[in-house]
Design a protein around this ligand. Structure first.
Ligand SMILES: Cc1cc2nc3c(=O)[nH]c(=O)nc-3n(C[C@H](O)[C@H](O)[C@H](O)COP(=O)(O)O)c2cc1C
Length: 193
C-alpha cells in the first residue's frame, strides 16, 4: 500500500488534502488552523480550505482582516494546519508560513471567486470578535452594495507549507512519516507512530 512507500506517501497525503477543497464532506474541507498569539499561546479554529496546490506547496483560506487570526498571523506568520480523516484513519499535520493578500491586491482573484452569500460575512458590523450587548447585536449588509463593501475586510491567507507529517492507523501496524522542505526538495523520514 502507498503508506508503506515513503516517497509515494507524500503525494498520497497531498492528494487527500487537495481533495478537501471540493469535497464538502471531507475532513480536509474544514481543517483546524493554529496560530500563536501575542502572549505566545496557541490559538485554534476551523476554517474552509479554499484552494490547495501541492506542486507549489500552497493552501488558501479566507478570513476577515479584523479577526484575531489575521492580527496574529501579521505578527507571526507561522501557521499549523490539521485534520484527521477518520474514514481513512489518516491524520495529516502541516506547518508553514502565511502571507495575507487583500481584495484590492494579490487577493483580488480570491475575493472574485467567493460566492455573494459568502462575501456578506466580511461586511459584518461591528467586526468579528467585538464584544456585543447580546448575541444578535450585530449587523449584516442589507444589499449587494453593502456586501461588496466588505471587500475592505477580506483577506486571502496564502500558506506555503514547509513540513508535512502523516499518521496512518492500521491493524497490521501503524505508520508515521514526516517531510521537511529543504528549499529544493522534500526530505522525508519514517517516525515511530
Ligand atoms: C464550519 C466552520 C467553518 C469556518 N470557516 C471559516 C473560514 O473559512 N474563515 C474564517 O475566518 N473563519 C471561519 N470560521 C470561524 C472560525 O472558526 C472562528 O470562529 C472565527 O474566524 C474567529 O476566529 P479568530 O478569532 O481566532 O480569528 C468557521 C467556523 C466553522 C464552525
Amino acid at each position: 500500500m502507498q503508506w508503506n512507500v515513503l516517497a509515494a506517501s507524500l503525494d498520497a497525503a497531498w492528494a487527500v488534502v487537495a481533495a478537501g477543497v471540493l469535497d464538502f464532506g471531507a475532513p480536509w474541507h474544514l481543517p483546524t488552523i493554529a496560530t500563536v498569539d501575542r502572549q505566545g499561546a496557541a490559538r485554534l479554529r476551523t476554517v474552509v480550505l479554499r484552494d490547495c496546490d501541492p506542486a507549489r506547496r500552497q493552501l488558501r483560506f479566507h478570513t476577515d482582516s479584523r479577526s484575531s487570526k489575521a492580527s496574529e498571523l501579521a505578527a507571526d506568520p507561522r501557521i499549523a494546519v490539521h485534520a484527521n480523516d477518520a474514514g481513512r484513519k489518516l491524520q495529516i499535520q502541516l506547518a508553514g508560513r502565511a502571507l495575507m493578500a487583500s481584495a484590492d491586491g494579490a487577493g483580488q482573484a480570491a475575493w472574485g471567486s467567493a460566492r455573494l452569500g459568502s462575501r456578506a460575512c466580511y461586511a459584518v458590523e461591528p467586526g468579528p470578535g467585538a464584544t456585543i450587548a447580546e448575541g444578535g447585536a450585530y449587523r449584516l449588509p442589507a444589499d449587494e452594495a453593502g456586501i461588496l463593501a466588505g471587500s475592505a475586510h477580506f483577506l486571502a491567507i496564502e500558506v506555503t507549507v514547509e513540513r508535512l507529517e502523516w499518521l496512518q492507523l492500521h491493524e497490521a501496524g501503524h505508520r508515521r512519516a514526516a517531510f521537511d522542505w529543504t528549499g529544493t526538495a522534500w526530505d522525508g523520514r519514517w517516525l515511530v507512530p
